[in-house]
Design a protein. Structure first.
Length: 599
RNA sequence: GCCGGCGUAGCUCAGUCGGUAGAGCGUCGCACCUGUAAUGCGAAUGUCAUCAGUUCAAUUCUGAUCGCCGGCUCCA
């Protein structure tokens, strides 16, 4: 979770990490130290320990930390030559590795982002403990308030993020200026957990992930499926208005399709094992690209046909690592709002703008205004890793940059993060717990047109190669739905609410009128349910409230007499009785406007 | 996949220092007929994740398996 204090809290968190490292060394004198940076909401430190750590060990480490804090020891900054550092950290193999990396210029030496070979390393010492550290730190240990830090969890983390290196024990902690800030932070975490899509998905009966079906394979329950259908209908309509043509394609196909596309070689390990069908290997489709290439090739294309926009809300299957699966955010069945746009090189820029506009429009409709854009470009040092010539890359990267600039989007450029087939722009959204997830991707592709021999006949009569734009504005239905649930905390706007209104008769004698109301609202296109359980009105209101249903329509003697409904909003507001026709008109207006409001 | 934690009724959870388990909600039945967040009474409900081992006896101890949760880029 980011916050404005992030930077000012860095020294405090850095120091807390150091105090923790010393505490761990007091408990485990043989521990080997990895790294211990300050992070968004706290700090961590990686250790190689003689035995596995359990959460029960944390209070003991915390109490060592408190003792250290009470000692009021100064943090002293120093510099060592590489030689001195090698001697100083000779018992600490991980630190030594970092010293060598700094000497070679693979790591920044003083916190700067660029790195270059260095003659010296920066160190900090307190109370006889010296650590390799760029800093900054607080003045003394007691500047870390003893009641404003907490060790949160233990995790495994590969040394320098590399699966092939040893796995160290990571201890996560959080640290703040005051106990109140810590309590606020813990409270925010608690609130975030309340809107976790996995919890709400269960409570609101939106989806399940049955063990019997398999990991990462969701089953959408009626209410969740209703919402998804509404999202898909919106996407479909929006795309038709923007000149897209929708297609359907098979869920399996010959393996050769993905060999041709190059995906098999790169992502073969993430695909489900090929199946033999009459002696020919087939794959469950891991991406749609080849299918849409077939659509393009189904006839000879003219330059006048471009851009040709081929869309499909299509499900693909990918074998994501089991440990990476998270609710609906990371699944093995992925339904993309996919499309491939075939353009002439001179159309890349305009079409990129079109897709950006489409993405922003769609996000806005769903109530999102806060995301982070990254532009992934080629690593200029290793141009050989990418397909396509300099001119193509430069013009494509420039086209994307100009498009982002023209739409006033700030973005981070990530060199070397481009796909091998072309540059891309990604949009990230945060979930309730502050984790960032990629939704949108817009990619330029020079490779597929070549691999599939795509052509169009240009104005001069010559056959030329189109460029393909891959794009998925919302990303996947699964991930987007998860983020949507958390964004609204389950209280969906009227146009998306699976049940828009609950009809609540007060007594048995009102059932007949209640059924009439139900019939009229259904006829008016509303999604309504009638609560006919033998419960009291109060209980029915409570249950509708817990299901976050936008409207509760109470009907009793008065309403039956006046062909009315008493409208209660899920916000608790009472709109009092109004004629049924008036309620329908209000709801219809709000749905058509895709409004977030309920009145 | 790897490290750590967890796995008890549909849901949320308690419990058994080894003697085959309980609450609330939900479900079902009966009564109540109610005006804006839980009416009362009664009933049913579990291979205590799975499989093996130790034991007279395992839901409890041990091991394996499956699943879930947190973590595995963020500048020593």
């Amino acid at each position: 979770m980011s916050n404005q204090n992030g930077d000012s809290l860095r020294p405090l968190r850095h120091s807390a990490a150091h105090i923790m490292a010393q505490a761990v060394l007091e408990v485990f004198p043989d521990a080997k130290l990895g790294i211990g940076p300050a992070i968004d909401d706290g700090f961590y430190y990686d250790f190689e320990l003689p035995r596995p750590l359990t959460p029960d060990d944390l209070p003991m480490i915390e109490s060592h930390m408190r003792a250290s804090i009470a000692g009021k020891n100064e943090f002293v900054h120093g510099e060592l030559s590489i030689e001195q550092a090698r001697a100083k950290f000779k018992e600490q193999p991980y630190k030594l590795e970092l010293v060598e990396a700094i000497a070679r210029g693979e790591l920044g030496t003083h916190g700067e982002s660029e790195s270059h070979p260095s003659e010296t390393v920066s160190i900090y010492s307190h109370n006889g403990f010296t650590d390799l550290c760029a800093g900054p730190h607080v003045e003394e240990t007691s500047d870390v308030p003893a009641d404003a830090f907490k060790l949160m969890s233990i995790a495994g983390a590969y040394w320098r993020g590399d699966e092939k290196r040893p796995q160290l024990t990571r201890i996560y902690g959080t640290a703040w200026q005051s106990k109140k800030e810590l309590d606020d932070y813990l409270w925010r975490l608690e609130e975030a957990r309340k809107r976790d899509h996995r919890k709400l998905g269960k409570e609101l009966q939106l989806f399940i992930l049955p063990e019997e079906v398999g990991q990462g394979l969701p089953v959408w329950l009626p209410k969740g499926a209703q919402i998804r259908k509404l999202i898909e209908d919106y996407i479909y309509q929006n795309q038709v208005e923007r000149g897209y043509q929708h297609v359907y394609s098979p869920h399996i196909g010959k393996k050769q399709l993905w060999i041709t596309s190059g995906h098999w070689e790169l992502y073969g390990d993430k695909m489900y094992a090929p199946m033999d069908i009459d002696g020919v290997e087939h794959l469950v489709k891991p991406m749609n690209c080849p299918m849409h290439m077939m659509v393009y090739k189904s006839q000879l294309r003219s330059y006048k046909d471009l851009p040709l926009r081929i869309a499909e809300i299509a499900t693909v299957y990918r074998r994501e690592q089991s440990g990476e699966l998270t609710g609906l955010l990371r699944v093995r069945m992925i339904t993309q709002d996919d499309a491939h746009i075939f353009v002439r090189p001179d159309q890349i820029h305009q079409e990129f703008i079109n897709v950006i506009d489409q993405t922003l429009e769609q996000f806005r409709v769903f109530g999102f205004n806060d995301f982070q854009v990254t532009l992934s470009v080629r690593d200029p040092q290793h141009k050989e890793k990418y397909l396509g010539n300099d001119e193509q890359w430069q013009s494509a990267e420039q086209a994307i940059k100009r498009a982002l600039d023209e739409r006033d989007l700030s973005y981070i450029v990530e060199e070397g993060e481009a796909a091998f087939y072309g540059p891309k722009a990604d949009f990230m959204i945060r979930d309730a717990l502050g984790r960032k997830w990629q939704c949108t991707t817009i990619q330029v592709d020079f490779q597929l047109p070549q691999r599939f021999n795509l052509e169009y006949i240009d104005a001069d009569g010559a056959a030329k190669q189109p460029v393909v734009l891959h794009r998925a504005p919302l990303g996947s239905m699964e991930r987007f739905f998860a983020i949507l649930i958390e964004h609204y905390a389950g209280a969906f706007p009227l146009w998306l609410a699976p049940v828009q209104a609950k009809i609540i008769p007060i007594a048995d004698r009102h059932y007949e009128y209640a059924r009439e109301v139900e019939k009229n609202l259904r006829a008016a296109g509303m999604r309504v349910e009638l609560d006919e359980r033998p419960e009291r009105m109060n209980a029915k209101i409570r249950d509708a409230q817990l299901m976050k249903i936008p409207y509760m329509l109470v009907v009793g003697d008065k309403e039956a007499a006046g062909n009315a409904v008493a409208v209660r909003l899920r916000t608790g507001e009472d709109l009092k009785a109004m004629p049924l026709e008036q309620f329908i008109a209000m709801a219809r207006r709000l749905v058509n406007a895709k409004s977030m409001e309920l009145k």
